[in-house]
Write a protein that binds this ligand. Structure first.
Ligand code: OGA
Ligand code: MN
Length: 289
C-alpha cells in the first residue's frame, strides 16, 4: 500500500498510513515525510510498534540526534540506547514513581507549552514520540501551530516583534515547579541561548513564532515587560483554533517540527503508568555565506 496522507486540518496535523516505521526507509519515502512535515508540521502514525533501535534508526533518517537534557547528566538510565529519551513515570526497575519523586518535575514540566530543546544550540528540529502505555484518562498531547499563530498577529504586533530576540533557558520551567534537583554540572552544560521571536521555516518559507515556557528574557528589554510580552504571545499562540489535541492509542507515533509548533502533555493521575519514548533531531544550521 502506498503512503497515504489524510489532513486533520487544512494545513496543520495529518494522519499518515501505508508505511512501516520499523523498517529502513527509501530516500523517496524520507522526502515524502519531509514534504508532509513542511506542510502539516505534525504527523500521526497509528499502530507502529518499534524497538528503541528502530525508533532511533527511523529518526536518524532526518538528521543528527539531539539528546535534550541528557547532556551533562550523570543520572542512571533505564534504557540502554543513548539516543532514546525515556518519558515514563517509572524508576529504574519500571515501577511507577511516587508523585512527589523529583523525576516527576521534568515530566510535569512537559505539561507547559514548549518546543523541545529550544534552550540548546542547535535546537531541536523533529521530535518522534512513541506512546507505549497511556493512562485511561488525561495524558493527551496537544500541539499549537505557530505559523498560523504568527499569521493571526496584528500588523502592529508583527512590526513590534521584528528583530526581537528571546533568551531560552532549560531550567526556567523546572524552577517554576519548585526546582528539578539539577546538579551544577547539569546547569553548566546548558547555558541560556538566544533565538529570534519570529523566524522563517526554510522548508515551507512560512514565518513562525518561536516562544514557549523556556523563554525568560528579551534582549534589550526589562524583565517585567519582557515576561509579560512573552506571556501574552504564548496566550495568543495557544488559542484553541491553533491546537490539535492527540488522544493516544498504544503504539501511536507522533512526529512534529519543533521550529514551528509548541506542544504540551495534559495532566493525568500520577499513580497511573504513562510510558512514552522520544527521539529528536537537531536543526542543521545552514552555512551563512
Ligand atoms: C515530549 C513531550 C509531552 C507528553 O515528549 O517532548 O513534551 O505528552 N511530551 O508527554
Ligand atoms: Mn517536549
Amino acid at each position: 500500500m502506498p503512503m497515504k496522507i489524510e489532513p486533520l486540518n487544512t494545513d496543520f496535523a495529518a494522519r499518515v498510513a501505508g508505511i512501516d516505521l520499523s523498517q529502513p526507509l527509501s530516500d523517496q519515502l524520507v522526502s515524502a515525510i519531509e514534504q508532509a512535515m513542511a506542510q502539516y508540521a505534525v504527523l500521526v502514525f497509528r499502530n507502529q510498534p518499534m524497538t528503541d533501535d528502530q525508533h532511533a534508526a527511523f529518526t536518524r533518517h532526518f538528521g543528527p540526534i539531539d539528546k535534550g537534557l541528557l547532556v551533562g547528566s550523570k543520572r542512571k538510565r533505564r534504557l540502554s540506547n543513548p539516543d532514546v529519551i525515556d518519558l515514563a513515570n517509572v524508576d529504574l526497575e519500571g515501577n511507577v514513581l511516587p508523585a512527589s519523586n523529583i523525576r516527576n518535575v521534568s515530566l510535569i514540566a512537559n505539561q507547559f507549552w514548549h518546543s523541545d530543546s529550544s534552550f540548546k544550540n542547535p535546537p531541536a528540529k523533529y521530535s518522534i514520540l512513541c506512546g507505549m502505555e497511556l493512562p485511561a484518562q488525561g495524558g493527551q498531547t496537544e500541539f499549537a501551530d505557530q505559523r498560523a499563530a504568527y499569521d493571526a498577529l496584528s500588523d502592529d504586533m508583527k512590526t513590534r516583534l521584528q528583530g526581537l530576540v528571546a533568551e531560552h533557558w532549560a531550567y526556567h520551567s523546572r524552577n517554576m515547579l519548585g526546582g528539578g534537583g539539577q546538579s551544577p554540572e547539569e546547569m553548566d552544560a546548558l547555558p541560556a541561548v538566544q533565538w529570534p521571536i519570529v523566524h522563517t521555516i526554510p522548508e515551507s518559507g512560512r514565518n513562525s513564532l518561536f516562544v514557549g515556557i523556556h523563554t525568560r528574557e528579551i534582549e534589550g528589554m526589562g524583565t517585567a515587560e519582557a515576561r509579560m510580552l512573552l506571556h501574552d504571545l504564548l496566550e495568543h499562540a495557544t488559542q484553541r483554533q491553533f491546537v490539535y489535541r492527540h488522544e493516544w492509542q498504544a503504539n501511536d507515533v507522533l512526529m512534529w517540527d519543533n521550529q514551528c509548533t509548541l506542544h504540551r502533555g495534559r495532566a493525568y493521575d500520577l499513580s497511573q503508568l504513562r510510558e512514552l519514548r522520544r527521539c529528536t533531531t537537531e536543526v542543521v544550521m545552514q552555512n551563512v555565506v
